[in-house]
Ligand binder design. Structure first.
Ligand code: FA5
Length: 339
C-alpha cells in the first residue's frame, strides 16, 4: 500500500489529482482508516504494534503528499510566470489625455488676463430673477428692450438669465467702496430663445466686465478693450467704437476689431467692411448705480459684455457656433492644450 501510494503521489501532476489520491489513501473510506478502525477486534498485545505501524505509514504518505503539493505549486507558479512575461520591447500604448473644452480655454485665458489687470472673477446664478436680469438693469416690465432678449421663463419671477449683466447689480449691491474701486469680470452661460444657426446658439457664454470708481472715463474703456483685442487676436489689431443702445449703459457702444483675415481691408469674413463686431459696452447708466444703492454723482464707470463663443470662432476660424456644443471628439481634439 505504501509503495503504490508513494508512486501514485509522485505521478500526480496537478492539485486536483493529488487531492483525489489523498482522499483515496487517507480519507474516511481509505484502507488505513479501515485498519485503524478494525483495531478494536485485535488482541491487546497486537493493538499497539498495528496502530504504530499504520500511523507511521499514514504520516509518511501525508508527508509525501505535502511535498508533492509544494512541487506542484512551484510548477504552476513557473508556468504562470512564463505565460505572463512582459515583452518590454513592445511599443507602449499611448494614454489619451483629456483637454479643457476650447471655449473654456478661451474663457480661462481671458480670466488670466483680467486677473493680471487687477480684476476679481465673480460668479452668479444661471437661474435668475426677473428683478436682477431686467429691473435692476434699467429694463422695466414694459420696456421695448425686453423684446431684444427673448427669454426662457420658468415662472413669472424666475428665468434663465439672458445675459451676465445681472451680476453687475449683484456686485454693486455688495461692494464696499470704502475699501477701493470695483473691478470685476463675471463669465458664465446665458440662455436665449434664439433659433440656432451658424452664429447664434440658444445657450452661449458671456463675460461681463464692470469697473466703478471716481473719474472713470470712456478712454479707460477703450484702452481696456484694446488690451483685450490685442491679447486675443494679436498686436496688430485696432478697435473701433460704434454708437449703440443698451438700457443699462449711456452712452452705449458696440465694438468692432480690425479684421485679421484681410488686415482691415475688407473680405467676406467681415462682410467687406474691414471690421468685425465682437462685443457690447458702455458707461454704466446712473439708474443702474442708483438702483443698487451707489451714488451716481460720486461714482461711475464702464461695463462690457463679450461673447467668448464669437471670440473663439474668430480666433480659430470656426464657422459654425454649433460645433462647440455637439461634443464631436474629432472637432474637440483639434484643440489639445499644450502641457
Ligand atoms: C448683451 O447681452 C449685453 N448685456 C452686453 C453689455 C454688457 C452691454 C454690459 C453693455 C454693458 P448682446 O445681446 O449684444 O448684449 O450680447 C453681447 C455679446 O454676446 C454679443 O456681442 C455676442 O458676442 C454674444 N451673443 C449674443 N447673442 C448670441 C447668441 N445667440 N449666440 C452666441 N453669442 C451671442
Amino acid at each position: 500500500l505504501k509503495t503504490k501510494g508513494l508512486v501514485d503521489i509522485q505521478a500526480a501532476d496537478d492539485q486536483r489529482q493529488l487531492n483525489e489520491i489523498r482522499v483515496k489513501l487517507l480519507g474516511k473510506k481509505g484502507p488505513l482508516t479501515e485498519v485503524l478502525r478494525g483495531m478494536k477486534d485485535l488482541s491487546a498485545a497486537e493493538r499497539p504494534q498495528v496502530g504504530e505501524f499504520a500511523n507511521k505509514i499514514k504520516t509518511e504518505l501525508a508527508t509525501a503528499i505535502d511535498q508533492q503539493l509544494q512541487v506542484l505549486d512551484q510548477k504552476s507558479l513557473q508556468q504562470r510566470l512564463a505565460h505572463e512575461t512582459v515583452d518590454v520591447t513592445l511599443p507602449g500604448r499611448q494614454a489619451q489625455v483629456g483637454t479643457p473644452h476650447i471655449l473654456n480655454q478661451v474663457i480661462d485665458d481671458l480670466e488670466d488676463l483680467f486677473i493680471g489687470l487687477g480684476y476679481e472673477v465673480i460668479d452668479g446664478p444661471e437661474v435668475e430673477t426677473d428683478h436682477y436680469n431686467f429691473e435692476m438693469m434699467n429694463i422695466p416690465k414694459d420696456h421695448p428692450a425686453r423684446d431684444m432678449q427673448d427669454t426662457f421663463y420658468i415662472t413669472d419671477e424666475l428665468l434663465m438669465r439672458t445675459h451676465t449683466s445681472p451680476n453687475q447689480a449683484r456686485t454693486l449691491e455688495t461692494h464696499d467702496f470704502s475699501k477701493g474701486p470695483l473691478k470685476m469680470i463675471s463669465p458664465g452661460r446665458v440662455f436665449r430663445r434664439d433659433n440656432d444657426d451658424a452664429t447664434h446658439s440658444h445657450q452661449f457664454n458671456q463675460i461681463e466686465g464692470l469697473v466703478i470708481d471716481h473719474h472713470v472715463t470712456m478712454a479707460d474703456l477703450k484702452g481696456t478693450l484694446e488690451v483685450v483685442a490685442r491679447h486675443v487676436f494679436g498686436d496688430e489689431r485696432e478697435i473701433r467704437l460704434r454708437p449703440s443702445y443698451f438700457p443699462f449703459t449711456e452712452p452705449s457702444i458696440e465694438v468692432d476689431i480690425s479684421c485679421f483675415a484681410c488686415g482691415g481691408k475688407g473680405c467676406s469674413v467681415c462682410k467687406h467692411t474691414g471690421w468685425i463686431e465682437v462685443l457690447g459696452a458702455g458707461m454704466v447708466h446712473p439708474n443702474v448705480l442708483r438702483g443698487a444703492g451707489v451714488d451716481p454723482v460720486e461714482f461711475g464707470g464702464f461695463a462690457f459684455g463679450l461673447g467668448p463663443d464669437r471670440f473663439a470662432m474668430l480666433k480659430y476660424g470656426v464657422n459654425d457656433i454649433r460645433e462647440f456644443y455637439q461634443n464631436d471628439l474629432r472637432f474637440l481634439h483639434q484643440f489639445q492644450r499644450e502641457v
